[in-house]
Design a protein around this ligand. Sequence first.
Ligand code: NA7
Length: 490
Amino acid sequence: MTYSPRPQRDLRFIVIGAGMAGILAAIRLKEAGYRQIVVYEKADRIGGTWRENTYPGLNCDVPAHAYTYSFAPHAEWSHYLAAGPEIQAYFEGVTKKHGIEPLIRFNQEVTACVFENDRWKVETSGGIKDEADVVIAASGVLHHPNIAQIPGMDTFRGPSFHSARWDHSVPLDGRRIAIIGSGSTGAQLVSGLVDRCERVVHVQRSPQWIMPVENPAFTEEQKAAFRRDPALIDAVRYNEEYVTNVRLFTEAIADMDSPQIKQIEAAVLDNLERSVKDPVLREKLRPDYRAACKRLIFSPDYYDAIQRPNAVAAVGKIERIEPTGVRMKDGTLHEVDIIVLATGFQADRFIRPTRVIGKNGVDLDHAWALRPSAYLAVTIPDFPNFFMLNGPTGPVGNFSLIDIAELQWGYIAQLIAEIDAGRCRIISPTHAAMADYETRRIAAAKHTIFGSGCSSWYLDAEGVPASWPWSYDAFIAAMAHPKLEAFDRV
Ligand code: NA7
């Protein structure tokens, strides 16, 4: 299998979504010399999750220099972990620098993709009808808010909103706020608001394990050195400790009985024991499930924030929302002025609700009736020339999804090369390859730490972990070269 040095055919590409992955696809296609690339974006700006999440305290728990494109190192990160607005600005800068903006049609949500006569017919909310040889679905994972249905929500007197729909018109300083949900968002919100609000009530159905992490600022001297010598950035990005930790982490999650998971368990337990001084609060904050079963929270300051005099850990179930606050099942009423739902996202949507109809009228909704899945997380039988970035069953965890998307792009580019070189017009995985992959994946998924008995957005509707169940190295190997015998090529 060979990469075409330059395009042989004038293929037309439609990329869905101008978030991290869609921008990557557009840059790579443009670099490869393709001239017909259009990116449809539902919003009026690029950025995906970094555009939609604007809550106070937002940051990325993957080190900033590792959360960058490999081809666009960035000397200016202010801290080891970057804040949300900095990341948004980074993506905007890269988009501009690579001349991607003119390729993007903003405010055009793709409503339908229909495969007819070996091409994809695409329609958007703005009435555009377009066609392409290849569709790249880069529509993201966590973008449909899960609005928790809590009784009495509509009776609350003050403002309330989901964390990904932050209402910036609501003043926060000196107010009392309840944050419902203890995932990464809830934890970051507590840290981000404790200095501003009069009272922060962290309502948590399930307390979380917290991995300590330091978040030092980069000095002006360090940034100047990064500018002068990008090799210094690489030294941070590919820092041995970080790379080893990613490997350790993925090996740990792949096997709930591994020695690596014991290391993680020891670290988070030690953090709880050492950081939380009051024994009553410590017991309240002690999770009753295994570390890393839910996505681990990396936080430099959550335990500090929740121990402040104006912070309250309201651990337990909610009875209902009342006009003045949150009533817990134990009868306590937490009176607040504002309620924020940090209750996560519907993680099984992917490209849906876009209507996607493949070969012979196969509807993606039906193909995914049991669970969303894709062969090696990238392609789907009956949906030829339809390639997904950060699609279902890909690796998720405490590592950079940019690296995952870049590895996936390397694989997709080789499939595109088959079409470009005229070795086929359309390509999709065989049903046999898909069935074999899913059987192996589901069997392995049951041994992952995600399947060790807790609820999380990592589980599908049947309680099976929905992610890549093998190691990071196994993923790198799988993405290195497509096995063409696993594909129908016409
Ligand atoms: P998560 O990690 O899905 O967390 C959602 C939180 O909301 C979690 O603590 C849930 O409790 C809680 N939740 C959900 N529904 C309810 C109801 N009905 N009542 C009370 N509490 C509820 O979402 P995040 O936004 O924090 O993070 C998502 C990802 O974004 C994160 O993993 C990173 O990858 C970036 P539960 O644990 O189910 O008891």
